[in-house]
Ligand binder design. Structure first.
Ligand SMILES: [Zn+2]
Length: 598
């Protein structure tokens, strides 16, 4: 007992106790809380930009009906192998659209019906079950006295509970099943279209139809698989049924998607194949041609103009005038409507992040004068000028606020970092070995990153989470591999300590753990300074936040499961390795001795 006390009187024995204890407290109690708070603030983002806005005036309708078909997870390349869609491309407007981030279904569907991006809509994941709190195409249609219909998956009605006259959404029978089969996926889409054809007989003015199967097929078999192409081909056949039921002298049909898919399946991140989707339209009010890239947010205001409704009040997109077939007067009038709507929308956003923002109304006043004078070209030019100015102002204000917040977060990060660095002074004074811990720590990062990037071929992207259920195999794997890499680091420290005493080995091992933890801490603190921990005013860069959660998960490997306090056990693994190494050496000697003796 007295030798035990004497042992801990020596300051060089502290790390054996203090480092594992600190890591356990972090991994068991601190990190899980921080990860949960941070993750929830991201996936249930409580956007501050959702307040009600003044409703805008309606306009002259160009068409009687607009039908939007959303093919979930349709890649541009796969869409080019759809005969019916290609027919639409030849007859109508062919273009590609860029979706927002995260490139997930519910955020995309929200952009389709509101023109608002995830940061502004607060719909940032598929986890959320809340309804959109913004103005929508459905509400705008109802204000105009139009009828509306929604056909497809029930998640749509969760988002759009209001303003839908014909709700034909259902819970899809094969969604997220482990053993989905192609036949039932195809049947699911066929049933949706049959239901849509029934609703179309009542001639609703605004119809959104959603086909899920392409997304399920891509998740299951990959975005370049034969199965995916066959399911997409079936979707094309279903599209043909819709097309046959429409009177294109009175209706316009849009076909688009919420996001694409990686070759191996998966979306959510910023890969070009995921962000680009087709946006093809045909029918009344649509000019034939191939057009420049649009954004998914442009669909809502463009549909509003076709139907003659007011532009959804929270819209951030542009009207695709280039592909609209209507008079210069209507175009000029609606261009001014959009400019007024965007000015009010962005002014409300500016008020959230800056104090007393000054908005330039002078350009819009001139646009109003031009419209009254019948100068349609000037009206449109001035309206676009106003849109560009207010958007630039928003970007600048957001960056300004972001930089200010970063400066505000810096002192705490510096304080925490200094605390960590103090330990290295203690380290130097105690003359502890630094080579073995350093090599062990480097080994940890080489092994973990080698597995993540090299072996799995993963990247820092939300698209790595290829399922849409709560089951996140990549993240679970990342933690298991962190445990493995830590154990491997301990083996290295043990072997490097061949000539050291047992206590030195344990100190080296503890110090190696400290090095791993502080290298992760530095990366976490950099993210904290850049984006914060709980997201309230803006969404963080999604690649960075993905890395942040991976780094956090690695730190939880020090205490991964309730009955696995790994941080305490790891240093003794180094000792055990040394023991085994010594045993092997002496067995070799014994063997050689016995040979020479014999
Ligand atoms: Zn999906």
């Amino acid at each position: 007992m007295s030798s035990f006390i004497a042992f801990f009187r020596k300051p060089q024995s502290w790390p054996i106790v203090l480092i594992p204890a600190g890591l356990l407290i972090w991994a068991g109690f601190v990190a899980p809380v921080l990860v949960r708070e941070s993750f929830y603030s991201l996936v249930y983002f409580d956007s501050p930009y959702q307040a009600a806005l003044p409703l805008r005036r309606a306009g002259e309708p160009i068409v009687e009906q607009v039908v939007i078909v959303v093919l979930d997870g349709l890649r541009v390349d796969a869409s080019q192998r759809m005969p019916t869609l290609n027919q639409m491309r030849a007859l109508g407007a062919d273009r590609v659209a860029l979706v927002g981030q995260p490139s997930l279904s519910k955020p995309g569907w929200t952009t389709i019906g509101t023109g608002a991006w995830p940061e502004q809509s607060g719909i940032t994941s598929n986890f959320t079950e809340k309804a959109i709190s913004l103005d929508t195409l459905f509400l705008a249609a109802k204000r105009k006295g139009l009828t509306t219909a929604l056909v497809g998956m029930d998640w749509w009605h969760q988002l759009y509970p209001l303003g839908v006259d014909y709700n034909r959404t259902v819970s899809p029978p094969t969604f997220l099943d482990v053993d989905i089969d192609q036949a039932s996926l195809v049947q699911g889409d066929q049933a949706v279209i049959s239901s849509a054809l029934e609703v179309l007989q009542s001639k609703p003015n605004l119809v959104i139809i959603h086909l899920l199967a392409p997304d399920s097929a891509a998740h299951h078999w990959g975005g370049t698989s034969q199965q995916y192409l066959e399911v997409v081909r079936n979707a094309d056949n279903q599209l043909a049924r819709i097309l046959a039921a429409l009177d294109l002298n009175a209706a316009a049909l849009f076909v688009t998607a919420d996001h694409g898919h990686l070759d191996q399946g998966g979306h959510g991140g910023g890969e070009p194949i995921v962000l680009h989707v087709p946006m093809v339209s045909v029918g009344k009010g649509i000019r034939t041609g191939t057009y420049t890239i649009a954004s998914l947010a442009d669909l809502a205001p463009t549909v509003a103009v076709l139907l003659g409704t007011s532009i959804p009040a929270h819209n951030q997109g542009d009207i695709l005038f280039d592909q609209l077939d209507t008079t210069d007067e209507v175009k000029a009038t609606r261009a001014l409507d959009l400019a007024q709507q965007l000015l009010a929308r962005y002014e409300a956003m500016l008020q959230i992040i800056s104090e007393a923002p000054e908005v330039n109304r002078e350009i819009i006043n001139r646009a109003e004068d031009a419209l009254q004078a019948g100068d349609y070209a000037a009206t449109r030019n001035l309206s676009e000028e106003s849109n560009a100015a207010i958007r630039d102002q928003w970007t600048a204000a957001r960056n300004h606020r972001l930089n200010g917040d970063r400066i505000g977060r810096f002192p705490l990060a510096l304080l925490l970092l200094t605390g960590t660095m103090l330990y290295f002074i203690v380290w130097k004074r105690a003359r502890w070995n630094w080579q073995a811990p350093m090599v062990g720590a480097i080994e940890y990062f080489v092994v973990w990153n080698g597995l993540y990037f090299g072996f799995h071929g993963h990247a820092y992207s939300l698209s790595m989470l290829s399922t849409e259920s709560g089951d996140l195999p990549v993240l679970i794997g990342a933690r298991l591999e962190a445990m493995f890499a830590l154990m491997a680091a301990m083996v290295v420290v043990g072997i490097l300590g061949r000539k050291s005493s047992a206590i030195e080995i344990v100190i080296n091992a503890s110090n190696a753990l400290f090095m791993v933890a502080s290298a992760l801490a530095v990366q976490l603190l950099i993210f904290y300074v850049a984006w914060g921990l709980v997201f309230t005013k803006y969404l963080p860069d999604l690649r960075w936040v993905f890395k942040f959660f991976l780094d956090m998960l690695q730190t939880t490997a020090f205490w991964p499961f309730a009955d696995w306090p790994l941080a305490i056990l790891l240093p003794y693994l180094a000792l055990l390795t040394l023991g085994v190494a010594k045993l092997v050496t002496s067995l070799k000697k014994l063997y050689r001795g016995s040979i020479s003796a014999g």
